[in-house]
Write a new protein. Sequence first.
Length: 339
Amino acid sequence: MGARRKAWLRRWVLLALALLITVLVVRVIGAIDWAAVRDGLARLTWWQVPVLVAVVIVRQVLNALPLAFYIRGVSAYKATLNDLGAILMSVIAPPPSDLALRVTMFTSWGVAAAKGLAGTLMNTLTFYVVRFSAPAVGFVLLLLLGRPAGLRWLEVVFILVAAAILAGVLLVLRSEALARTVGTRAGRVVRRVRRTVDPEAWAAACLTFRADISARFRRGFPRSLLALCGMLATDVLVLLLCLRFVGITAAHASLADIAVAYLFAYPFTLFPFSGIGVVDALILAALVESGGIEIESAAVAGLLVWRVFTVGLPVLMGALAVATWRRTLPARPEPEPGT
């Protein structure tokens, strides 16, 4: 089986698992009144659309900013084009098509492929640290609200994963000897699952990564964390607006309730298409728990609108970004007759 077919198969398996989890969570909550969902969607007015579009644009810029912090010669504008283009490719083609497009765009801007790859990897690692640390903020909010965590204590595992990723990055950047050790040991662990993995190649990759990213890490990493935390806050704002626009008031679900629901569900965006289905079901369950079963249908309507703007809109923006980038490329010379 080819690599592309395996990538597609893995994606569909994850989507099937996400669907199963979604069905189980929704069954626990109860049957959804779809007529009431339509009534909630009918509350939307025209002026709310540009508001949501503007907030999502800010969200996507913040999401892309780490690329500008980690890669010399890449502005915030170019980073946003690159990130949106990768989002588009991740939807229409299996990995590593998104990475191939990223590198192609970087090289067209005069950035060495190795530097672009290192910056992209550091951007991904920083995003994973933020993604898996989100429940930590959720625990703080629960403490301030005086509410029990319940089954949410299981998400401590995600926080430990975030700490492990951060520790690994810091060890690699600390010295060449540690970089080689981390790469070799990680390669040996992975080789137990995949026999084709070469620990020495992993060690060499860690050394190359360290050389390419170390100069930008000290200033880039804290700025990237701040940008991605801002992205999370903006995502919560989009969710808040979507819920308010369909009729869920602060009496039904406060900002803190919505933030807690989002932060504990956020690690599950690891599933394809930003965890569509799983994340929505977990947020819905948390909102019903805090606001009662009477807000279920309106919450479903709000989540549908939220997904349209946070998943569908970035894909459309990605198509526009790729088209914009292609217009900046120099024209190819016409081939001579007979060649």
